[in-house]
Design a protein around this ligand. Structure first.
Ligand code: PXG
Length: 455
């Protein structure tokens, strides 16, 4: 069927009659129908009603190089013609995956030299949990099983990844396995009070030390953190936080895992936020920007300590997916990395568009319903509050965020609301003009939200 064969209403009815979409209230989906996205080009998505919407979220934090990049399409077509699929089990491999592994080892921080592939961030994080436990067992310390994460942390939707994450709603729906602990995130807007940045950094890191003491360091396998928490609301740690965190992990012989699914591939102005922040993780989760979302692919970067132990005396690692190291995904990833390099996107974020985004959004902090604006590279959050001078938060958390998001979309900008924080994570190809357009639409959405709420 082509788009013209059915009306939008008919497409919506067809969709909601059979499709159970992710993170969706199904009663609501059936009542209202989904927005049917028909195509995308550059920085815009288009829907079946003819709306053209500037994509301030790069899909779902992933389309780093923007839409319609023929290089990626051609790389996929070429690889599908040559070798659309073969597995990497049973001592076989393929050329694109060998090449990609070397590329990833080269661009990730020193000491991360081996790669395990999966298809989603969730699977990559599940893989990390299995590898970490296997590692400690091989070290003769099988009781080191507990992994500490953070409230509002997002590591995926499989049972284990959701248990490791800190989303309470997910825990309540049968994703709360044993041996996962959560500490408060370094969420300055909520927890900093009148501490200065250095004091808050030390204080927030002490929450990890305290939890390790409570659980017992001999039981703690690893600490996992997104360098900037994305789905949790673009929570940016205070300067120095991760220096303390890494020191605490070293002291207690606990592995440090950086989940760079959102922060990877240029979003923070370096290949990885670990480089921007000076982190030396033992393992790293990659997905999303690895292929700019054109095809699914994720990866676990395995540090030398863990990899060498598994290689030396791990025996067979009984773990893997049919599509681990898929040749088409690898070919697209390679073309994507080429494109990021050729267009200098990382340097552009670091020296031009990242600082420009920060400067362009900063004045919105004075808006009457804005409590804080924060940015890090091409990530931004705007905290809505009932009163900007206070700031006084909304009692009904999340309601204002949804109102503002709906105004933004109606005005032509796709953005996301997390609680009452408005989120931006645009393609890294965004130029100054796209940023200007974004900021104008955000400002209009803020005005409309304040008016609707009578503030
Ligand atoms: N880690 C991080 C840091 C993520 O952001 C995952 C792991 C899981 O990846 P997969 O590919 O399994 O989805 C993610 C995914 C949101 C939202 O609402 C964010 C994600 C996924 C779905 C929704 O912002 N991030």
């Amino acid at each position: 069927m082509t788009l013209e064969d059915l009306s939008t209403g008919e497409w919506q009815a067809l969709d909601s009659a059979h499709h159970m979409a992710p993170f969706t209230d199904y009663a609501e989906q059936r009542r209202h129908g989904a927005r049917i996205i028909t195509h995308a080009d550059g920085h815009y998505i288009h829907d079946s009603e003819g709306n053209r919407i500037l994509d301030g979220m790069a899909g779902l934090w992933c389309v780093n190089v923007g839409y319609g990049r023929q290089e990626l399409v051609e790389a996929a077509a070429r690889q599908m013609t040559e070798l659309p699929y073969y597995n990497n089990f049973f001592k076989t491999s393929n050329r694109p995956i060998a090449e990609l592994s070397a590329r990833l080892a080269a661009i990730t921080p020193d000491g991360l030299n081996n790669v395990f592939y999966a298809n989603s961030g969730s699977e990559a994080n599940d893989t990390i949990i299995r590898m970490v436990r296997h590692f400690w067992a091989l070290e003769g310390r099988p009781e080191k099983r507990v992994i500490i994460g953070r409230d509002y942390g997002y590591h995926g939707s499989t049972v284990m990844a959701a248990s490791m994450g800190g989303m309470s709603g997910m825990h309540e729906q049968a994703a709360h396995e044993a041996d996962f602990e959560h500490i408060r995130p370094p969420y300055g807007f909520v927890y900093q009070g009148n501490q200065d940045e250095a004091a808050f950094a030390a204080n927030a890191a002490s929450w990890l030390a305290e939890r390790i003491d409570e659980v017992g360091a001999d039981r703690v396998a690893a600490f996992i953190a997104e360098p900037v928490q994305g789905a949790g609301g673009v929570i940016i740690p205070p300067q120095g936080y991760f220096d303390h965190i890494q020191e605490i992990c070293r002291q207690h012989d606990i592995l440090f895992i950086a989940d760079e699914v959102i922060t990877g591939f240029g979003r923070t102005g370096e290949w990885f936020a670990s480089q921007t922040m000076g982190l030396q993780p033992d393992m790293m989760t990659l997905a999303k920007g690895l292929t700019s979302g054109y095809v699914p692919m994720s990866a676990v970067m395995v540090g030398d300590r863990v990899a060498n132990r598994l290689i030396a005396d791990g025996g067979e690692f009984y773990h893997g997916f049919t599509y681990s190291g898929h040749p088409v995904a690898a070919a697209v990833a390679l073309a994507n990395l080429d494109l990021i390099e050729r267009e200098g996107l990382i340097e552009r974020v670091r020296t031009d568009t990242g600082p420009y985004l920060a400067a362009a959004l900063a004045p919105l902090a004075d808006h009457r319903i804005v409590g804080e604006v924060r940015t890090f590279g091409m990530l931004a959050a705007i905290e809505l509050v009932k009163s900007g001078d206070g700031p006084e938060m909304f009692a009904d958390t999340g309601a204002a965020g949804v109102i503002c998001r709906d105004h933004a979309i109606a005005g032509g900008l796709m953005m996301r609301a997390v609680r009452d924080a408005m989120i931006l994570s645009p393609p890294l190809t965004f130029g100054r003009n796209d940023i200007d357009a974004t900021v104008n639409m955000v400002a209009a959405a803020l005005d409309a939200t304040a008016d609707e709420l009578g503030l």
